[in-house]
Design a protein around this ligand. Structure first.
Ligand SMILES: NC(=O)c1ccc[n+]([C@@H]2O[C@H](COP(=O)([O-])OP(=O)(O)OC[C@H]3O[C@@H](n4cnc5c(N)ncnc54)[C@H](OP(=O)(O)O)[C@@H]3O)[C@@H](O)[C@H]2O)c1
Length: 264
């Protein structure tokens, strides 16, 4: 651990090369910046080029902004190739890419199912497929960000969780196929990000009320920065941590108000 470069928990990433897909905002952005502070060269990937460039600028002169949409198979391979071209290899891959809808399973359209699967499971699988030859050479790590909603069920997030739960199966299977690479799934609970920003207020209010009734949101939210320190620690650790569940600590006194942003 190197407290000066990587924070109290972050660990030292030396000169390692890290690709964060879903690096334009939220947990991915925070993780990329924490990784850069811990000594890594970081590529931030996602669709919003301006945000990626801002994240790369904050991370330092060696960082890279790569526009890509993981729903497009060729872009999944390309984002890895561009990272390797620039950095001369790849040591770690963080899949923080994700999106959700908030609706019951029976109201989830075919197009929404395809979008959920393409973004949350197939895209991450294809990026990982392209990265594995590089990660194998260096005994690198892959971290898939999943959701505590896979344990739920959180009303409104069941379709999302069904897709996200595939990440754990994927990670276990990939671990068997590629034993020198370390695969982790980190299932996280509510974290303060904009992941629900596209959802209308009435729907959000109704769903938070259901989640409160189930006791899912009584603990408050985690900050993406606190989570990022742990994710960097996971990358830097000599240990293998196949499955991690990250939840916020209990509130000092459980208040009635709803969290503002995160999902399960
Ligand atoms: N916040 C929570 O409470 C919570 C709870 C459980 C799990 N999670 C998971 O945590 C991860 C990070 O989410 P977050 O909370 O940090 O929300 P966020 O800020 O919305 O981050 C999502 C990231 O995914 C990227 N992304 C979405 N669709 C993409 C696509 N088609 N191609 C490439 N990149 C795409 C977004 O970038 P662009 O829009 O620029 O493409 C963004 O960088 C996600 O996997 C999410 O499912 C979050």
């Amino acid at each position: 651990m190197n407290g000066e470069r990587g924070g109290d928990l972050g660990g030292d990433l030396g000169d390692s090369r890290v690709l964060v897909v879903g690096g334009s905002s939220g947990i991915g952005r925070a993780t990329g910046i924490a990784a850069a502070k811990a000594g890594a060269r970081v590529a931030f990937a996602g669709r919003r080029t301006e945000l990626l460039e801002e994240a790369a600028a904050e991370a330092g002169p060696d960082a890279l902004a790569l526009t890509c949409d993981v729903r497009e198979a060729d872009q999944c391979a390309e984002v890895v190739a561009r990272t390797v071209d620039r950095f001369g290899g790849l040591d770690h891959l963080v899949l923080a890419v994700g999106m959700t809808y908030l609706c019951d399973v029976v109201d989830t359209t075919a197009a929404q199912w395809h979008d959920l699967a393409a973004t949350n499971l197939i895209g991450p699988a294809l990026v990982t497929t392209a990265a594995i030859p590089h990660l194998t050479d260096v005994r690198g790590k892959v971290v898939f960000i999943s959701s505590a909603a896979v344990i739920g069920p959180w009303p409104g997030l069941v379709a999302y969780a069904a897709v996200k739960s595939g990440l754990e199966t994927l990670a276990r299977g990939l671990q068997d196929e590629h034993p020198t690479v370390g695969f982790s799934t980190v299932a996280i609970s509510s974290t303060t990000t904009d992941v629900l920003q596209g959802i209308d207020r009435a729907t959000l209010k109704a769903r938070f009320s259901q989640w409160r009734e189930r006791g899912f949101v009584s603990r408050g939210e985690m900050s993406p920065h606190a989570l990022a320190e742990h994710l960097v620690g996971l990358l830097a650790s000599p240990l293998r941590l196949p499955f991690v569940l990250a939840v916020p600590p209990p509130r000092p006194s459980a208040g009635p108000e709803a969290p503002r942003s995160g999902t399960g």
